[in-house]
Design a protein. Structure first.
Length: 324
C-alpha cells in the first residue's frame, strides 16, 4: 500500500515539474494573443491548374502557363524564381511558359539537384518556354546569377580557389565572400570565422538534403535568403548575424534542426520562417530586430521556441511569432 502511494506521488510530482518547465519556456517567448493578419502574400502562389500568377513580389511579378494540368508551388524573390511542379494529369511532359521576366535578359535554369540545365535569353516580351518532364515531381530555379561555391557530396570545394579551407570535416572561411555557398555534404561544420557573406540578393548559404551540418560565425547581409535549409534534418545554425536580407533564415520541410544564438535584423520580409511541415525544430536564444515587417512565421509545424528576444520598430510596435 505504501509502495503504491509512493509511486502515485512520484508520478504526480513529475507531472507538476514538467508542466512548470513548459510554462517557464513559453513565458520567455513573445507571442501575440491576437496576432494581426499577415501581409499580402502575393509574392508566392500555390495550387492546381494551368495558369499561375505572382502579383505582389518585390522582385518580378511572373506568371507560369502550362499546357497540361499541374500542381505548382512558386515564389519570386530577388534574384530568382523558384517553383515545385508535379503532374496533375496523365501526361508525361508539359510545355511551360514563364512570363514577366526582364526582357532580353540572360537567366540560368537549374534542376532539382542544383545543377545548371541551361542558360537562356528572354524575348522582347520577357518570356521563356521549355518542355518540362512530369514523370516525377521537380524543383526548378531560374536565376540571374551563376556564381556559386559548392561543398560537394564527396567533400571537394568547387571552385578549388574559393576562400574556404578544409580540415577533416570542418570547413573554415578565410576571407569575405560575395557568392552563394551551397552545401551538399552531410556531417560537416561550416565556420564563417567572423567573415562577411554578401550575395547581393541571391541566397547566402543553401543546405539541401543534408543532415548534421553546423553553420556558425557568419555575418550575412544583402541576400535574398540568408540561410536556406530544404529537406534534410538535424542541422544547427548558431552564432550567425543576419542583416538587410529579404529573409534571414528559412526552413522548408526539414525536421530536428536547431536555430540558436543568432541575431537577425532589418529583414525585408520575415526574420525566421519555418514553412511547410517542419517538425521538432528548436528556435532558442535568438535576437530578432526588424524595422520593416512584423513577423517571424512558423507554419504547419510542431516546434519549440524559447528565450528569444524580439523587437520591432514599426507603426504597430508589435512583435509576434505566428503559429498556424
Amino acid at each position: 500500500m505504501k509502495k503504491g502511494f509512493f509511486c502515485k506521488t512520484l508520478v504526480y510530482l513529475t507531472t507538476v515539474i514538467l508542466i512548470a518547465i513548459l510554462l517557464i519556456s513559453l513565458s520567455n517567448t513573445t507571442i501575440a494573443e491576437n496576432p494581426p493578419d499577415p501581409p499580402n502574400e502575393g509574392w508566392h502562389v500555390e495550387g492546381n491548374g494551368t495558369y499561375f500568377e505572382i502579383t505582389n513580389s518585390s522582385y518580378l511579378n511572373v506568371s507560369l502557363t502550362s499546357s497540361e494540368n499541374v500542381q505548382i508551388y512558386m515564389f519570386s524573390i530577388p534574384t530568382f524564381i523558384y517553383y515545385e511542379i508535379d503532374s496533375n494529369c496523365s501526361a508525361n511532359s508539359t510545355l511551360i511558359t514563364l512570363s514577366g521576366l526582364k526582357i532580353n535578359t540572360t537567366y540560368y535554369h537549374y534542376n532539382d539537384s542544383g545543377e545548371l540545365i541551361s542558360n537562356f535569353t528572354t524575348d522582347e516580351t520577357g518570356s521563356y518556354s521549355y518542355t518540362q518532364d512530369l514523370e516525377a515531381s521537380h524543383i526548378v530555379f531560374v536565376k540571374e546569377q551563376i556564381s556559386t561555391i559548392y561543398i560537394e557530396a564527396d567533400g571537394d570545394i568547387v571552385p578549388p580557389g574559393a576562400p574556404i579551407s578544409r580540415s577533416g570535416e570542418t570547413y573554415t572561411v578565410t576571407a569575405n565572400i560575395d557568392e552563394e555557398i551551397r552545401v551538399e555534404r552531410s556531417g560537416i561544420t561550416l565556420d564563417g570565422n567572423g567573415y562577411n557573406l554578401a550575395t547581393w540578393d541571391s541566397q547566402g548559404i543553401w543546405l539541401r538534403y543534408v543532415s548534421g551540418v553546423t553553420v556558425k560565425n557568419f555575418n550575412i547581409y544583402n541576400a535574398g535568403i540568408g540561410i536556406y535549409i530544404m529537406y534534410g534534418s538535424n542541422n544547427v545554425l548558431e552564432y550567425n548575424t543576419f542583416s538587410n536580407n529579404y529573409y534571414g533564415i528559412w526552413l522548408h520541410e526539414t525536421d530536428g534542426n536547431t536555430i540558436d544564438s543568432n541575431t537577425v535584423s532589418d529583414s525585408g520580409y520575415y526574420g525566421i520562417i519555418l514553412q511547410r511541415y517542419n517538425d521538432y525544430n528548436i528556435v532558442s536564444n535568438n535576437t530578432i530586430i526588424t524595422i520593416f515587417k512584423e513577423y517571424s512565421r512558423i507554419s504547419f509545424c510542431n516546434c519549440l521556441i524559447f528565450n528569444c528576444y524580439i523587437m520591432t520598430v514599426n507603426k504597430n510596435d508589435l512583435a509576434t511569432f505566428i503559429i498556424n
